[in-house]
Design a protein around this ligand. Structure first.
Ligand code: 26V
Length: 820
């Protein structure tokens, strides 16, 4: 590894010539990027090898985080930052006439996730590595990540995200570590008089799972953990293939091409469970490959299979990898020869489960026949797990067949994945206090009563290294200077900032940092949508997936209400406000797409109306993702966290905003409740129905949206405008769906019910923003209290309370770099 700038330049040119046979002058941008990335990878690889050696030597307990989604973002800049070579490289490149920014910008985002759940997995990997914890990721190497969103005439259009078009410099293909995953076929029972029967899987379709490993470096600590992503390939081995083709040769050959479809594309729907056989294939594919490789590696170490549970934990991110339970049983029994009882004791000591949603429409179930035909052996095991569980239930609850049916894993003709996960895991956690309470008291009440000790809470967190240090270098250096300590490994130190809450000079410096970030975002907005926004205006931001329960509609209706007020009273004194909204809608979620159109129509109307006179601007930014998020959070003044109480399990953007000094306007939902408690009511703008009130309405009724709309002039006007009055150019039924959701479906998400309370809270925001010093203080308190929402804290708790994992620091060599 290079040590000085001069050495860096020399090795860079050498690398360029060895990789591309080119001199610098002839190199393309892509060549330059790959050259740099490969140099960094060489350094990371050394540490990767050392980390693995050190885990092996110390026989440390390791955790594997199984997730169908990892929303990683870009690597180049963070890897430079984590290796502490950013400045040397930037200067060295610049002396060779290369702008590091250009290389950073040329890297595609690894967008292998939908939203909160996928990004959480990425933050967790960062915290594991940065705290020297032996924890690795396991997932799918989708050829296409989450679709790219284009806005055309105000409508969302989806384009494929071909992120692997260029070579991915951050992965290593390991064909020698491939595993075979078996689909379909039949199970033959082979009986032997003395022994218990064996099960032989025949006529199956073999799929080759090839791992691509990505290094996950810790922050300047020498640790490099592994994210193993599996890719589906056709089996080229004649033996494996012939066992399948014996049944039906023609189909066997044509089916080969269906194989690659398994790792082709990430499902973009995170709102509604749909029974898609390909998704079940994806789930079994990566779970089986992942577990096979874990067991194989464990045995290679010559460790005793009977002690597997002492050495590994498998964490499942939602129910998507819940097949880990029967698949681990299968491996332990069919391949390792263990009996049922021992295999079950081990499995239920290894698997832990996190639930991320209570929305009933998102709970996964698979039709019995689909499951049985695709996974015959797994079906047998799930049936046995279910039979044994039901026997226990019948004993515990004699004469209550209905309760047994509700709690069973298989009932009503479907396999209930949440029930399977709860029964098979030793730990079940929600992602914020209120969410965990809801799981225990309502959604999973009966399972909780039966397994009270399994349930616990782990409030989400986000990595402050990406979301503060990398995304907001200005703020990050001001904070470490003020506190006299770097924050990378001790986010809890942010709390010391409270001692500086009334420091006016610091307040002013913080204001300047925010102002610079807002200018940067304003320039981006200008380029992206051609709208000029004033960096001195209140930047009011809502960025997240578009969902009815997240209530972008409430935000939009309030914007329209402000506009109405401005038109009614041209001299109205409001704080100039820039409302920024971004997020993707699931391609088949028509309501959500309609909301996007509505926001874009509002933007055209308001931004083009001279009477508004720049007091209000509306911007919808297309293709929200990790990159854009890193630009947005540092520039926000107001964080919109306005879900219907009880619906948002935790939220994590709320934490990223807070960390960057935005103040929250929010409902008492998810982690908002904990954020509000941490900063105090003076530094938060609460509004809306509480969880208790929402649940009471659902239980007892007593809400009439139509009556409310009729009795409130502001609301009836908004509804009339939605019905077409405001948009003469559009078909009159353009927003019919939205109106129907409010009136015909009685406003399931209480948008109209919370409108008054929301508008009043926004008026308090308006008043507060006028006193810049007071606002600055609120912002500071939010930053100071954000340390406890670092994923380091969350992962610390997972490690100590669930996984029983202790740090295993990798012996450091001499410092990598002496800056000259
Ligand atoms: C759910 C489903 C259900 C239908 C089938 C396809 C599919 C794909 C993904 C998902 C995941 C949605 C769940 C999710 O992202 N939950 C979010 O998790 C965050 C991290 O815990 C949490 O902060 C958010 O509140 C929660 O909405």
């Amino acid at each position: 590894m290079f040590v000085t700038k001069a050495e860096f330049k020399r090795s860079y040119k050498r690398k360029m010539s060895s990789m591309f046979g080119k001199a610098l002058e002839e190199a393309s941008l892509a060549d330059k990027y790959i050259t740099l990335a490969s140099m960094i990878r060489d350094t990371i690889n050394e540490r990767w090898v050392r980390t693995n050696e050190s885990y092996l030597e110390q026989e440390t307990r390791q955790v594997y985080y199984f997730s169908l989604e990892f929303l990683l973002g870009r690597f180049l800049e963070s890897n430079l930052l984590y290796l502490d070579i950013c400045d040397t490289v930037r200067q060295g490149l610049s002396e060779m006439g290369i702008d590091l920014e250009d290389l950073i910008e040329s890297e595609p985002d690894a967008g292998l996730g939908n939203g909160g759940l996928g990004r959480l997995a990425a933050c967790f990997l960062d915290s594991l590595a940065s705290q020297a914890l032996p924890g690795h990721g396991c997932g799918i190497r989708y050829k296409y990540g989450l679709f790219a969103q284009k806005i055309i005439d105000g409508y969302q259009v989806e384009l494929p995200d071909n992120w692997l078009r260029e070579t991915n410099a951050w992965e290593i293909r390991k064909p020698d570590k491939a595993a075979i995953v078996k689909f379909g076929g039949r199970i033959k029972t082979v009986s032997d008089e003395k022994k218990s029967p064996r099960f032989e899987h025949v006529d199956y379709l073999p799929v080759k799972a090839v791992p691509y490993d990505m290094p996950i470096p810790g922050y300047r600590n020498g640790t490099v953990n592994t994210l193993r992503l599996w890719s589906a390939e056709v089996v080229d081995n004649e033996f494996d293939f012939s066992s399948f083709s014996r049944g039906d040769y023609i189909n066997a050959v044509s089916n080969r091409y269906a194989v690659e479809a398994i790792s082709e594309v990430l499902y973009p729907d995170d709102s509604n469970y749909k029974n898609r056989q390909l998704r079940l294939k994806q789930q079994y594919f990566f779970v089986s490959a992942g577990l096979q490789s874990i067991v194989r590696r464990y045995k290679k170490k010559k460790l005793d299979i009977h002690r597997l549970a002492d050495h590994i934990a498998v964490h499942i991110n939602d129910t998507h990898p819940a097949l880990a339970v029967p698949e681990l049983m299968r491996i332990l029994m069919d391949e390792e020869g263990l009996g049922w009882d021992e295999a079950w004791r081990m499995t239920t000591r290894i698997v832990a489960y996190t639930n991320h949603t209570i929305m009933p429409e998102a709970l996964e179930t698979w039709p019995y026949e689909v499951f049985r035909d695709l996974l015959p052996r797994i079906m047998m095991i799930v049936e046995e797990i279910n039979a044994r569980f039901c026997a226990r239930l019948q004993k515990a609850y004699p004469g209550e067949p209905e309760r047994v049916r509700r709690m069973a894993i298989i009932s009503d003709g479907v396999i209930k994945m949440a029930n399977l996960a709860v029964v098979g895991a030793f730990s079940v956690n929600g992602v914020a206090e209120v969410h965990s309470q809801l799981l225990q008291n309502s959604v999973m009440r009966e399972l909780y009563e039966f397994f009270p000790k399994k349930f616990n809470n782990k409030t989400n967190g986000v990595t402050h290294r990406r979301w503060l240090i990398k995304a907001n270098p200005g703020l990050s250096s001001l904070l470490s200077e003020t506190l006299g300590t770097p924050l990378a490994h001790q986010p809890e130190k942010l709390a010391d900032l409270m001692a500086h809450a009334d420091d006016k000079a610091l307040g002013e410096q913080l204001r300047l940092v925010k102002r610079a970030n807002k200018e940067r975002l304003a320039a981006f907005i200008q380029r992206a949508v051609g709208v000029t926004v004033d960096p001195d205006s209140l930047f009011d931001v809502q960025v997240k997936r578009i969902h009815a329960y997240k209530r972008q509609l409430l935000n939009a209706l309030h914007v329209l209400h402000l506009y109405n007020q401005l038109r009614d009273d041209p001299d109205l004194d409001i704080v100039p406000r820039t409302v920024i909204i971004a997020g993707k809608a699931a391609p088949s979620y028509y309501y959500a797409k309609n909301i996007i159109k509505f926001i874009n129509e509002l933007a055209v109307l308001i931004n083009g109306d001279p009477r508004v006179n720049d007091r209000l601007k509306v911007v919808f930014l297309e293709n929200y993702g990790i990159q854009m998020a890193e630009l947005i959070f540092p520039a926000a003044d107001l964080s919109e966290q306005i879900s219907t109480a009880s619906k948002e399990a935790s939220g994590t953007s709320n934490m990223k905003f807070m960390m960057n000094g935005a103040v929250t306007i929010g409902t008492d939902d998810g982690a908002n409740i904990e954020i509000r408690a941490a900063v105090g009511d003076d530094n938060f703008f609460p509004f809306g129905l509480s969880v208790g009130e929402v649940l009471r309405y659902y239980r007892e009724g007593g809400y009439s949206a139509a009556a409310l709309a009729a009795s409130d002039q502001r609301l009836s006007r908004l509804i009339r405008q939605l019905q077409g009055e405001l948009f003469p150019r559009l078909p009159q039924d353009e927003f019919h769906n939205i109106v129907r959701s409010l009136l015909d479906y009685n406003d399931e998400f209480f948008v109209l019910r919370d409108f008054g309370s929301y508008a009043a809270a926004q008026a308090r925001v308006d008043a507060a923003f006028r006193d810049r010093a007071a606002w600055q203080r609120m912002s500071l308190v939010n930053i100071a209290q954000s340390g406890r929402f670092s994923s380091d804290r969350t992962i610390g708790l997972y490690a100590s309370e669930i996984w029983k994992l202790t740090p295993c620091p990798v012996p450091q060599r001499s410092p990598v770099l002496i800056q000259k």
